[in-house]
Design a protein around this ligand. Structure first.
Ligand code: AKG
Ligand code: MN
Length: 149
């Protein structure tokens, strides 16, 4: 960030078919191969969404201090109007949404086992974030299935 190395406030891993590269928040990640469990989850999520995903970004939030800041998943390699399927496990955290023009805001509690699907112009008009909380939280894993072109 601004030419300085700053630790991400969460742990992250990137999995994909082939050795795809993905640039996210100025970080270039090279894909690890899908594990059998991730392949099985991908199949279920793909069937549900009727969409083919070729990669997954895994985020591990160790506790309430871990977070992801306001952003849109609008990198060029995701293409126009990407469908992103977000599967959560562990602690329930709030998914914050904010409209880029009107400032309209929503908070969606993401329970363990929930699937949130973002599609169409969502990334164009909205930003999202998982913010730090004061309330103690155990760990949470989030998997976002994506299609990289
Ligand atoms: O953890 C979440 O629910 C969201 C993660 C996210 O927005 C991302 O990895 O791009
Ligand atoms: Mn995101």
């Amino acid at each position: 960030m601004f030419g300085k190395l700053v630790k991400l406030p969460r742990l992250q891993a990137w999995y994909g078919d082939d050795y795809q590269q993905y640039t996210y928040s100025n970080l270039t990640l090279t894909a690890l191969p899908f594990t059998p469990s991730l392949l099985s989850l991908r199949e279920k999520v793909s069937d549900f969404c009727q969409h083919r995903f070729n990669s997954v970004l895994a985020n591990y939030y160790r506790d309430q201090h871990d977070s992801v800041g306001w952003h849109s998943d609008d990198e060029p390699e995701l293409g126009e109007q990407p469908t992103i399927a977000s599967l959560s496990f562990g602690a329930q955290r709030l998914f914050h949404l904010k409209h880029k023009v009107t400032g309209e805001k929503y908070k969606i509690p993401l329970q363990s086992g929930s699937l949130l699907v973002m599609s169409g112009p969502t990334q164009h008009y909205w930003q999202h974030a998982i913010l730090k909380t004061r309330r103690e939280q155990p760990m949470r894993i989030n998997l976002t299935f994506r299609k990289i072109y």
